[in-house]
Design a protein around this ligand. Structure first.
Ligand code: HEC
Length: 105
């Protein structure tokens, strides 16, 4: 019996050995990210942070132009049910096109 138990115990101890503790510094928090100030930024922040972080906007590729942002806002309303008035949607699309529509220089 002893002959059988020892190797099994050895395996269990080997597997259960505590993992090496790794510490690292997390990048700057993105939770507090807000959009750059500009005409319509207040309306955008008020309407676009309800379901997800504003990072979703910042992380989109640049240079896609105004139509991309118009479509993006429309998709939030039509597909995901964002309760945004058409007049506000226009303000938001214009702001986003101006802020994120152009390629980064
Ligand atoms: C009713 C909830 C809701 C609101 C309000 C909302 N979104 Fe979204 N949004 C979503 C969902 C759901 C997704 C897709 C989630 C995922 O893929 O993780 C998404 C994804 C996105 C993406 C990622 C690209 C994509 O198309 O999937 C962007 C950019 C975005 N939203 C921008 C906006 C903007 C701009 C506004 C304000 C006009 C807005 N969202 C408001 C629900 C919402």
């Amino acid at each position: 019996m002893m002959v059988l138990c020892l190797p099994v115990a050895a395996i269990i101890f080997a597997v259960a050995a505590p993992a090496k503790v790794v510490t690292y510094t997390l990048p700057e928090g993105t939770e507090d990210f807000t959009l750059p100030e500009g005409e319509g930024s207040d309306v955008t922040v008020a309407n676009c942070a309800a379901c997800h972080s504003l990072d979703y906007i910042r992380t989109q590729p640049r240079g896609k132009g105004a139509q991309f942002w118009k479509d993006e806002v429309h998709k939030m309303v039509a597909v995901y049910g964002a309760p945004i008035e058409p007049a506000d949607a226009d303000i938001i699309s214009t702001y986003l096109a101006k802020t994120y529509g152009e390629p980064v220089k």
